[in-house]
Design a protein around this ligand. Structure first.
Ligand code: SF4
Length: 377
């Protein structure tokens, strides 16, 4: 599968720590560089057949239709995109127009991931999003008219988002019936405007109990409306789980193109330089913009636990036994047994999963299971 990072946004949202620039000056050069990187790194993937393509960022819906067409020509001349492949574009409401939707469909995009985040203007203002609630409703009308599948992104846990406001957001989302909904908890990341506002005491974070309550309200309301809570932050109507993201959680290989993009092929993990200027100069000199590391058995087992246990399927016990030697499994399995006894995890005989009550704190439960390198000697 292929991920392409478009590192441009119109303005910086206060909470965001993704890599992007708010200057579009080098858009054309960037698109040429992305095409060149694809060609240069094609051998990173064992298979040239793509089951999913994901154009993320940044705000990929910002780029011109000429550049988007150029990018898709490059994808098709480098890889074979399977006829039933999921091809997703991350889009922001302000970029949705009849013309853009027409071009997106023409180049083969069959799914949008729409950054709505909230239906409340006060919340959107606070986030420093460029759009307001009216823009969301116009965008949704156009998307529904164009009959293109979409996933809707929401954020909870923002300061000022009351329980009632969150319930309204969820009800509005449910009425729209998107095939997929992502609901992310706000996190205060280093080097963001939000982090500095919190440090200076200008913003008070939402209490952890309220954030946790909002997580479980989403679980309850969305499941009642027919959505499967198939990963910590993701909900889908049956059969509409995101192919691309599910591939990450199933440890399938992927190539990430563009500044800051990561790649993985089972044995190597690589990451690209996180600077637009340096990325462009690497590519204009035909140099590989990525650094890689070989995954140790210790990395592989921890990655397996971290990705599988985020999902409602959990980890298949037979697959686990086949993939990893008994010596590697010993320490995590001792911990799994403890977690089964404490009720943090459950087993149906075929799979180990997190107990739903612990889903919100999944990262801490899963990290307790990690194999420690010393114990593998
Ligand atoms: S639009 Fe998305 S990528 Fe850009 S700053 Fe906002 S959250 Fe970050």
């Amino acid at each position: 599968m292929l991920y392409i990072h478009i590192p441009f946004c119109r303005q910086a949202c206060h909470y965001c720590n993704f890599h992007f620039s708010t200057s579009l000056k080098y858009e054309d050069e960037m698109i040429t560089a992305l095409a060149r990187e694809m060609e240069m790194r094609i051998d990173f993937l064992k298979s040239k057949k793509l089951t999913s393509v994901y154009i993320g960022g940044g705000t990929p819906s910002i780029i011109s239709t000429t550049n988007l067409k150029y990018l898709f020509n490059a994808i098709h001349s480098t890889f074979e995109v399977m006829t039933n492949a999921e091809v997703t574009l991350e889009a922001n409401p302000e970029d949705i127009s009849k013309e853009n939707l027409k071009t997106w469909k023409e180049v083969g995009i069959n799914r949008l991931s729409l950054g709505v985040q909230s239906f409340h203007d006060q919340d959107l203002d606070w986030m420093n999003r460029i759009h307001d609630a009216d823009a969301v409703s116009n965008a949704l009308n156009l998307i529904q008219e164009a009959n293109i599948e979409y996933s809707l992104d929401l954020i909870f846990g923002t300061p000022g988002l009351t329980k009632e406001m969150w319930i309204q957001n969820l009800h509005t989302a449910i009425e729209l019936k998107p095939s997929h909904i992502s609901a992310y908890a706000l996190t205060v990341e280093n080097k963001t405007a939000l982090h500095s506002m919190v440090q200076k005491g200008q913003v008070k974070e939402s209490p952890p109990e309220l954030i946790s309550e909002q997580f479980y309200i989403a679980d309850e309301l969305l499941e009642k409306a027919g959505y499967l809570h198939y990963e910590i932050s993701n909900y889908a109507l049956p059969g509409k789980e995101a192919v691309h993201n599910s591939n990450y959680w199933d440890s399938k290989e992927y190539l990430g193109i563009g500044p800051s993009a990561h790649s993985y092929n089972g044995t190597l993990r690589s990451w690209n330089i996180s600077s637009n200027a340096q990325y462009l100069s690497f590519l204009s000199a035909k140099h590989n913009p990525s650094t890689h590391e070989e995954l140790t058995p210790f990395d592989q087992i921890n990655e397996y636990l971290m990705t599988r246990l985020r999902t409602s399927k959990g980890m298949n016990i037979q697959d686990w036994n086949q993939r990893f030697a008994a010596s590697l499994r010993k320490e995590p399995e001792e911990m799994i047994n403890k977690k089964l006894k404490s009720g943090e995890m459950i087993s149906d005989g075929e799979n180990y999963k997190l107990n739903k009550t612990y889903l919100f704190t999944a990262d801490s439960v899963i990290s307790d299971l990690f194999a420690i390198e010393d114990s593998l000697d």
